[in-house]
Design a protein around this ligand. Structure first.
Ligand code: AMP
Ligand code: MG
Length: 528
């Protein structure tokens, strides 16, 4: 078979089976010397060579044309589909599962690793970047512990959908190329209530320059493998941060990127749900979509993850602080390769960058140039008081702000925000909100930006469409019945999340009441 690299900018898309693969990570880092695919503790290695376990009857359920184009890949033919299901290793692929550890919910959990994810190889995208293709749900690996190596359709669809949505929202993220049904059932206890049920399985092909996590460093530190730790740091530096010169610079850049990522999540109301250190990317990407959610009623303590309902460690409002906690754990692992003061500087940079970015983001969301006027502190306090007083949809509130126009009548003044209320506001709240809006309108007048320009700028940061959990669940229910059109429509709309798209207004509504307590529609368990 001829290996044809698509020329950068080439118009034609080629099948995966005609692409050349590279395997830089495999080349540069030590492999597990044991080659049997059995569950065990692995030592002195960064990965284990392992092949996906074939599935019964692969069926392409979804394909990201947008990502396919970036990679130069056509919708899969028969051979490629087998590869995306894990049923065929194409020439040049050197599949592996990465070894990592991590802190889960604040406690060191020892070896975790790719328990159901298997990297197939790297390809060169049209822009010249190197991209790893990784199957999630592809079968057992040495890191599967007691689990089955598989993923259910509902969780795979959620990862597929949100990865692509995040990309179009402008948030750094791993991507998703395909969703392949396996034709096999997977047993899951979805409610953790002792009633496991069979569910359809599916495999996602994820794409990113690297899926390395904080935990890949932590495992080498925890098991006293300083040479490998150093090799890994070198690999990350020259492969993924080619413009930087030292491990110190890399750590600083990662602190900066993680701060910007947290700011993006916070400005959009995204809640990851499981910010364990094994779910934190060394590239500053959003990674491992599980029981994530989008803030609906503004409530800083909200978490979509029912497993975290008690501690709320990973609630919306805690995310920036957890980002720092996780970077601190990484810093501890990096002590052998980065001087202590430099690690401390990085953590300080994280805090500073987050404060600056979030201040800027909030000003943009409000459509003002900067928080630099005497009354601005008050304005901000009033904003969050108003948001918290009556259950108010975070996304719709900010989107609605752009349409606020001065009016003497309170009800007329607040009219653009009406769609955001989950409960009817009483007269006192209407009065307070109207008073805040008058202060806000006066502040806008002070900046003096023409309304049309301001609205355009505000709409470019206040998304209209986000993949709310109940929308994802509707796509899951339809696809489970063999209907892909709900998912396809949602994906198309989410390619332009900041555009008005009036014909799709039904996908920009607040969560309906029937979805408030329905499984998967608001909160979720980790079962996936
Ligand atoms: P997560 O909470 O999804 O980030 O996963 C934590 C760890 O559990 C990782 O090492 C995963 O690879 C592993 N894991 C989760 N689900 C499965 C599964 N079904 N089979 C094997 N390993 C799994
Ligand atoms: Mg994970």
């Amino acid at each position: 078979m001829s290996a044809v690299l698509p020329k950068p900018g080439a118009k034609t898309l080629v099948d995966l089976s005609e692409i050349a693969f590279e395997n830089r990570f495999v080349r540069e880092l030590p492999a597990d010397p044991v080659e049997t695919n059995s569950r065990r503790q692995v030592r002195n290695a960064s990965y284990s060579r392992v092949e996906p376990t074939p599935v019964r009857s692969p069926a392409l359920l979804a394909w990201s044309d947008a990502l396919g184009k970036e990679l130069g890949l056509a919708r899969p033919g028969a051979l490629a589909l087998e590869a995306f299901a894990g049923n065929r290793i194409l020439p040049g692929m050197e599949p592996y599962a990465a070894r990592y550890g991590g802190h889960q919910f604040g406690n060191w959990a020892g070896q975790l690793g790719d328990g159901r994810a298997i990297t197939l190889g790297e390809i060169i995208a049209r822009d010249g970047s190197r991209q790893e293709l990784q199957l999630k749900g592809a079968g057992k690996t040495p890191y599967s512990r007691t689990a089955d190596g598989r993923a259910v359709l509902r969780s795979s669809l959620r990862e597929y959908l949100c990865s692509e949505a995040m990309h179009f929202l402008g948030v750094p993220t791993t991507r998703a190329l395909s969703l392949v049904g396996t034709g096999e059932q997977v047993i899951r206890d979805m409610f953790y209530d002792g009633n496991p049920e069979p569910e359809p399985g599916a495999v996602v092909c994820r794409v990113a320059p690297s899926f390395l996590r904080f935990g890949n460093f932590q495992i080498h530190a925890a098991y006293n493998e300083p040479e490998i730790l150093n090799q890994l740091a070198d690999h990350v530096l020259h492969s993924h941060y080619p413009d930087l010169e030292s491990h110190k610079e890399w750590f600083h850049e990662l602190c900066r990127r993680t701060a910007v990522l947290m700011c993006d999540w916070m400005r959009l109301g995204f809640v990851h749900g499981v910010m364990n250190t094994d779910n934190m990317s060394i590239l500053g990407l959003t990674i491992d979509y599980g029981p994530y959610g989008w803030l609906e009623g503004y409530e800083p303590e909200w978490t979509p993850n029912t497993t975290d309902a008690e501690g709320r460690r990973y609630s919306y409002g805690n995310q920036p602080q957890i980002g720092r906690w996780n970077l601190t754990r990484l810093a501890e692992a990096l002590l052998p390769v980065v001087p202590t003061e430099a690690l401390e500087e990085g953590l300080e940079l994280y805090g500073k960058t987050y404060q600056e970015s979030f201040g800027k983001a909030l000003a943009q969301k409000l459509g003002i140039a900067a928080f630099d006027q005497p009354g601005d502190k008050d304005l901000m306090t009033g904003l969050f008081q108003a948001l918290g007083a009556v259950e108010t949809d975070f996304t719709l509130f900010f989107r609605g702000l752009a349409a606020i126009e001065d009016a003497a009548d309170d009800q007329r003044l607040i009219a653009p925000l009406r769609t955001a209320f989950y409960v009817e506001p009483d007269a006192a709240h209407v009065g307070r909100l109207a008073a805040w809006l008058r202060q806000y309108v006066a502040r806008l007048r002070h900046d003096g930006v023409p309304a049309a320009a301001r609205v355009q700028r505000m709409n470019s940061v206040n998304a209209k469409y986000v993949p709310r959990n109940y929308l994802a669940q509707q796509a899951i229910d339809a696809l489970t019945e063999g209907n892909a059109s709900v998912l396809e429509r949602l994906m198309k709309v989410l390619e332009r999340p900041y555009d008005e798209q009036p014909e799709n207004n039904d996908l920009a509504e607040r969560r309906p009441e029937w979805a408030r307590h329905k499984a998967g529609c608001s909160a979720l368990s980790c079962s996936s």
